[in-house]
Design a protein around this ligand. Structure first.
Ligand code: ZN
Length: 244
């Protein structure tokens, strides 16, 4: 039975039997893994309070071939991130990041995805009150991009003409990008300033714009269409509701 020690983020936990916990982990070296932490719910468990969602640590796992479920034998906490649970929007954003990774991470090592997740969680923890929502949207868009679903915002999906700064366009989540005003706008036009904000949110290094309900709706619609594929992502619905 190979033993693996790897840095990881706890994505989700649930109780199993009266005393154990099942964990969904994103690991740095092995990609997503599920593991059982035996005895984690006992009062004096060595895992007590450590293996909570958003926490990062160094996990030692017993991996059995052809088994989906590893056994957690040790967990050295690196960062707990419980502060994310104090604020609803931070919590919702962190939950969506984790749920998307849980559902969509490829089944192998993906260090870029791991780093995107960790930098999103840390940014949410550090964001000042007035920038929490923009931080949530920016890091969700970054994750969408790293998962391979970045929207196309440079030119019109129909005619291919560039959509310059200062022009309006229609954002079409299902088509994965923009439609220029000449090609018609079944969904209504997005103003130049809203387009500029969207481009900043999607871009890696552009800084954070002011955001409003339209930015939130565009992200939620896009994720629903491209990444949820009919599966209800509970944390996304929660994010849409609490910030409405
Ligand atoms: Zn066009």
């Amino acid at each position: 039975m190979p033993i693996v020690t790897t840095r990881c983020v706890v994505l989700q936990t649930y109780s199993y039997s009266d005393t154990s916990k099942i964990l969904r982990l994103m690991t740095l070296d092995q990609g997503p893994r599920s593991a059982i932490a035996r005895g984690a719910l006992r009062p004096r468990s060595r895992f007590g309070g450590l293996i909570e969602p958003f926490a990062e640590g160094r996990a030692t796992l017993y991996v059995r071939e052809n088994r989906e479920l590893d056994t957690l034998s040790d967990f050295d906490l690196v960062k707990e991130r419980q502060g994310l649970g104090v604020d609803l929007v931070r919590f919702a954003g962190a939950s969506v990041l984790c749920e998307l990774v849980m559902r969509l991470a490829p089944n192998h090592r993906d260090q870029g995805l791991y780093r995107t997740l960790v930098s999103g969680l840390d940014a949410l923890l550090a964001a000042s009150e007035d920038r929490v929502e923009a931080t949530v949207l920016h890091h969700l868009w970054r994750l969408v991009g790293v998962l391979g679903f970045e929207p196309h915002l440079a030119d019109c999906l129909m005619c291919g003409r560039p959509i310059p700064p200062g022009a309006s366009a229609c954002f079409e989540p299902a088509a994965g990008g923009l439609r220029c005003d000449r090609c018609g706008a079944p969904g209504g036009l997005v103003s130049p300033s809203e387009l500029a904000a969207l481009r900043m949110l999607v871009s890696e290094n552009a800084g954070l714009p002011a955001v409003d309900g339209l930015q939130r709706r565009m992200l939620v619609d896009y994720v629903r269409y491209h990444l949820a594929e009919g599966v209800r992502i509970r944390s996304l619905e929660f994010l849409a509701r609490i910030s409405a």
